[in-house]
Design a binder for this molecule. Structure first.
Ligand code: NAD
Length: 251
């Protein structure tokens, strides 16, 4: 028995990093997985790996900032598998690739992907889940959604804080519909594709001084937290936040 047997999951940003780890682990636990990303080659490779391991997955190209693409993606998932049980809003871009921490265009881009993208996912995910009586939405925020940091554009913190409270607002509103909404706050992880300062070994060593466990996290450590929230094991949890950060926010 898999922990997600019979469930259909859609994961954004699933072509790499934590999203790809979630896709593999969810499929291993019995879910049918829609691997959604901008990156076609990498996304198709993740779906092919899952199929080769005996799981069920398909790649769907999705730019999370485009509402029409969300509509088409949900239509494809419902058309193929008839339901949506789990949505992970994981796609994101970093705020550490610039030295201009007041770049206005970057504010707009980061908010578009990280905050608007999650909002659109929630909007269309809720509509799909209502058809079958509920589901679990998992929003990937960050330690940066709770506290500020140096050398990171404030839009990253603001976008991740938006994701944190989007989670709680929708949890309250959709509780009666059986839709649970929770956030995960990863700490220092392998750098994002779009990382700048946070990929710099000197900066990472400085951040590590604030991690009581003294090491960065592994992608599967976040994916397993997502697995718990996706499964019925977390059936009474909504509006909550899981810090997967080696103690960063506790110190
Ligand atoms: P990553 O860069 O490896 O993965 C992000 C994925 O999102 C990529 O595959 C990328 O193509 C995709 N993406 C970007 N813009 C998109 C768009 N408009 N539409 C669809 N897909 C898009 O990074 P990761 O470390 O796996 O990050 C996953 C999530 O975790 C992000 O939301 C990130 O902000 C968050 N996070 C990361 C860290 C870290 O240190 N790596 C820490 C805390 C939180």
């Amino acid at each position: 028995m898999g922990r997600l047997d019979g469930k259909v999951a859609l994961i954004t940003g699933a072509a790499s990093g934590m999203g790809a780890s979630m896709a593999r682990i969810f499929a291993r636990e019995g879910a049918k997985v829609a691997v959604c990303d901008l990156l076609e080659e990498e996304g198709r490779a993740v779906a092919a790996d899952i199929a080769a391991a005996g799981g069920t997955a398909r790649f769907l190209r999705l730019d999370v900032t485009e509402e029409a693409q969300w509509e088409a993606t949900l239509a494809a998932v419902l058309g193929a598998w008839g339901r949506l049980d789990v949505l992970v809003n994981n796609a994101g871009i970093s705020g550490s690739a610039t030295n201009d921490l007041y770049d206005t265009a970057l504010w707009d881009r980061i908010m578009a992907v990280n905050a608007r993208g999650a909002f659109l996912g929630v909007k269309h995910g809720v509509a799909a889940m209502r058809r079958t009586g509920g589901g679990s939405i998992i929003n990937i925020s960050s330690i940066s959604g709770v506290v500020g940091q140096e050398r990171i554009h404030c839009a990253y913190n603001a976008s991740k804080a938006a994701v944190r409270l989007l989670t709680k607002a929708v949890a309250v509103q959709e509780g009666p519909a059986g839709i649970r909404v929770n956030s995960i706050h990863p700490g220092v992880m392998p750098p994002m594709r779009t990382s700048g300062a946070t990929a710099d070994p000197v900066f990472r060593a400085k951040m590590m001084q604030h991690v009581p466990m003294g090491r960065p996290g592994r992608v599967e450590e976040v994916a397993h937290a997502a697995l718990f929230l996706a499964s019925d094991e977390s059936s009474y949890m909504t509006g909550s936040e899981l810090h997967v950060d080696g103690g960063y926010l506790a110190s």
